[in-house]
Design a protein around this ligand. Structure first.
Ligand code: GLV
Ligand code: MN
Ligand code: MN
Ligand code: MN
Length: 392
């Protein structure tokens, strides 16, 4: 299966992946997924937001609310790695094959899901598909979200008709997501597979800096109101604040107007991605960065306003879902500083767990993201064991 996916959306220059939701490469993967499900005789269910689940139904009618779901996402960040998302989908299908090969017959529905726009790299809101599926984000709010070309979400996916909603998760009692690890935890522990204890609280905050455009040569340094300077000092302050507090702060995206070499900028928009080990620590971190941005704007004669675009609170996982899996008692338990659809489902009250597969480079959201075949197979074995217990 992996060989089918590897070329889709890969940039020849960097070797990284551009799989934007509802655009060609990601749609190719979505079609591939449906073919794989059809070939396995799974029953396909699509919701109005573009999320999909494919079900292996039990021979007898199931107890309501007992379905078990596993899966991940097929979209990527801009110039992302091969594994973030697709590894969880391919492993889910492989785990179904393992269970079939063992002659396992599920006692409750066992499904494989793909949620759309997990990364938020097109419409700005991470885990958009799962948020819409559980109702944490309303279609009324989401449909107007626009990508960088001005295309609205409501233009690329139909959304629900009057009185309609996603019923994809209605019968789901447990969700398990397998994911490539996005740091070095398992490398340091010398373990191929681990389980997640929690997801750190995290959020995206838009900083709008306003200043005064002027000539880069004839404007004296002391006469400038340069929003680029205020932004740069804010980025330094955020980095220092996060390092001192043991948290994370990143400005990974900015837009500058008019973006000319020989003019002081008039406006800078920058997005802060902040993550911390507790809700209080996240609030403190962001408040400190906002304060320092405002102080700096005062000194520079510029303005700054801060708009939270999405904030996700601390989420814990249900480690008991893994109980009885092969080797479950020795899997290391790690926190996740990355967000996942599993976090959205857990926050919505579904018993949820995650498995991580070792990433030798420890790099993620970049082309150097990696995983060894033997570790991926260990991940499939672990996932199959967990599903077998949950779905019997
Ligand atoms: C999603 O992968 C995130 O944590 O940014
Ligand atoms: Mn990701
Ligand atoms: Mn992911
Ligand atoms: Mn993610």
């Amino acid at each position: 299966m992996w060989a089918d996916l590897a070329p889709v959306g890969r940039a020849a220059t960097s070797g990284g992946y551009f799989r934007q939701p509802f655009a060609s490469a990601e749609r190719e993967l979505a079609a591939w997924f449906e073919e794989q499900c059809a070939a396995r005789g799974l029953r396909l269910e699509r919701d109005p937001f573009g999320n999909v689940a494919a079900w292996w139904d039990p021979p007898a009618p199931p107890v309501p609310g007992s379905a078990v779901l596993t899966g991940s996402h097929l979209d990527s960040v801009l110039d992302g790695g091969a594994y973030d998302g697709p590894l969880g989908v391919v492993s889910a299908l492989a785990a179904i094959d393992v269970l079939r090969g063992r002659g396992f017959v599920p006692g409750r529905p066992l499904g494989v899901s793909v949620f759309v726009e997990e990364e938020g790299s097109r419409f700005g809101l991470a885990c958009l598909g799962s948020r819409l599926a559980v109702g944490a984000t309303s279609w009324e709010d989401a449909r107007a979200l626009r990508d960088r070309d001005g295309v609205a979400l409501g233009d690329v996916v139909p959304g629900p008709g009057a009185g309609e909603r996603s019923t994809l998760l209605d019968g789901v009692g447990a969700f398990v997501e397998l994911h490539v690890e996005q740091g070095r935890g398992l490398v340091d522990l010398d373990e191929p597979v681990g389980v997640a204890s929690e997801i750190w609280p995290h959020g995206r905050y838009r900083f709008d800096f306003g200043g005064e455009a002027n000539h880069a040569g004839s404007t004296r340094m002391e006469d400038r109101h340069d929003p680029m300077l205020t932004y740069a000092m804010t980025a330094l302050a955020a980095n220092k604040q996060a390092r001192l507090a043991g948290q994370r702060a990143t400005f990974g995206r900015i837009e500058v107007a008019p973006n000319g070499t020989n003019a002081v900028a008039s406006r800078v928009t920058a997005w802060l991605d902040a993550r911390a080990s507790s809700d209080a620590a996240l609030a403190d971190l962001v408040a400190a960065v906002e304060r320092q941005a405002a102080d700096r704007a005062d000194r520079d004669g510029t303005t700054v306003t801060v708009t939270p675009e999405s904030v996700s609170g601390s989420v814990g996982f249900d480690l008991t879902l893994h109980l009885g899996g092969p080797g479950h008692d020795r899997w290391p338990v790690l926190p996740s500083q990355a967000g996942h659809d599993a976090g959205i489902l857990s926050a919505a009250g579904i018993a949820t767990a995650m498995l991580f597969v070792r990433n030798p480079t420890g790099v993620s959201h970049a082309p150097a993201e990696s995983a060894e075949t033997a570790d991926c197979l260990a991940g499939v074995t672990a996932l199959a064991g967990t599903l077998e217990r949950l779905a019997r």
